[in-house]
Design a protein around this ligand. Structure first.
Ligand code: ADP
Length: 332
């Protein structure tokens, strides 16, 4: 059947593609077509009528075209820090070279690998401590020692519980079904509820929680999700605070945005760590964070929730003086 589609439309379409197409005559080796994406692999944009040997810049692509094969060829190659999947097809006396940039998949694959290895690592430490605590309890006769090791075991179970909860929150946030459901509600009241939930953490270092959000301050957001984000920020502000420190929560609203700040008088964050604290599993001080029950996931959850609201999150901090986290979300 003869197609009604003219060559012009096909060429325009091929030029739109974010994949490369090079067509070479298999006998004469003359390049017949190169789409826009594939032009970066040529030495000379004026390829018409030229032998591919004169114009193909990259050695890998060159050898793939030169290679005299009966079957189609497939190869993954690195060019200028990008990873490409190249397929060479032989169709009706032509070689069609199809080039796909697979760097994003590689980045994704690596992120997945890193994630699995991070989670395994995070679970391995508490599990091995738990294992030796249980073995000691089994052998031990002294009730004081038994109590001590039961407490060690309990602490590690809580740590794993915390990690699994955070992982479940992240998984839910990343799944498509869990969309942002915005409603208007009172932010002052929400902060009061968060303070009430976290009061028990303030006792050890006598931390003062101060809600400076005006009463009946209306916000338009996903109430449950924002509560998770703010709770994470307030919890960090308590955990990384000093003796008799303060945690102050404020909010301001202009015509377009509401900005919430959670400020503490704690240990602060070194400047070089500021861009990294929102990354999964990043901790400024690994052993300290683990000791106080940190998972390294809290701030990545905060970032996720803020971005799901089309907002922004950032931090300002002075080492030894304290930190101030900002969440800015649109009012509509
Ligand atoms: P964690 O569960 O370890 O607290 P987060 O993702 O919540 O993980 O935070 C990442 C790291 O950022 C923490 O380990 C800590 O080093 C640092 N951090 C977070 N909040 C604060 C804060 N308010 N003051 C000082 N450091 C903080």
């Amino acid at each position: 059947m003869k197609s009604n589609i003219n060559d012009g439309i096909l060429i325009t379409f091929l030029d739109f593609l974010k994949e490369g197409i090079i067509i070479v005559d298999d006998e004469t080796k003359v390049i017949e077509f190169v789409n826009r994406f594939a032009k970066k692999f040529l030495k000379d944009e004026n390829y018409q009528g030229k032998n591919f040997k004169e114009v193909v810049e990259n050695d890998y692509i060159y050898s793939l075209i030169s290679y005299n094969h009966d079957k189609d060829v497939k190869a993954e190659v690195n060019i200028d820090n990008q990873k490409y999947l190249i397929n060479v097809y032989r169709i009706e006396g032509k070689k069609i070279i199809h080039i796909q940039d697979i760097t994003p998949f590689e980045v994704y694959k690596q992120a997945k690998k890193d994630f699995v290895s991070n989670v395994s690592h995070e679970l391995k430490t508490p599990i091995s401590v738990l294992k030796s605590a249980v073995e000691t309890i089994e052998e031990e006769k002294d009730p004081v020692m038994i109590k001590k090791f039961v407490n060690i075991a309990k602490k590690r179970i809580e740590q794993m519980d915390h990690l699994i909860n955070d992982l479940l929150i992240l998984a839910r946030l990343e799944s498509q079904e869990d969309q942002v459901k915005k409603v208007k509600y009172d932010l002052h009241k929400q902060i009061e509820e968060i303070f009430e939930d976290l009061k028990h953490l303030t006792e050890e270092k006598n931390i003062q929680l101060i809600n400076q959000i005006p009463t009946k301050f209306e916000i338009y957001a996903d109430e449950q999700k924002l509560s998770i984000a703010l709770k994470n920020l307030v919890e960090n502000a308590i955990k990384y605070n000093k003796q008799d420190g303060k945690v102050i929560v404020k909010a301001v609203k202009d015509s377009k945005h509401t900005t919430i700040t959670v400020e503490d008088t704690g240990i602060g964050i070194p400047e070089e760590s500021l861009p990294l604290v929102f990354e999964r599993f990043y901790r400024v001080d690994k052993s300290r964070s683990r000791n106080i029950g940190g998972t390294g996931l809290g701030l990545s959850i905060v970032k996720h929730i803020t971005e799901a609201h089309k907002g922004k999150v950032w931090v300002e901090s002075k080492l030894g003086k304290g930190s101030k986290f900002f969440i800015k979300i649109p009012n509509t």
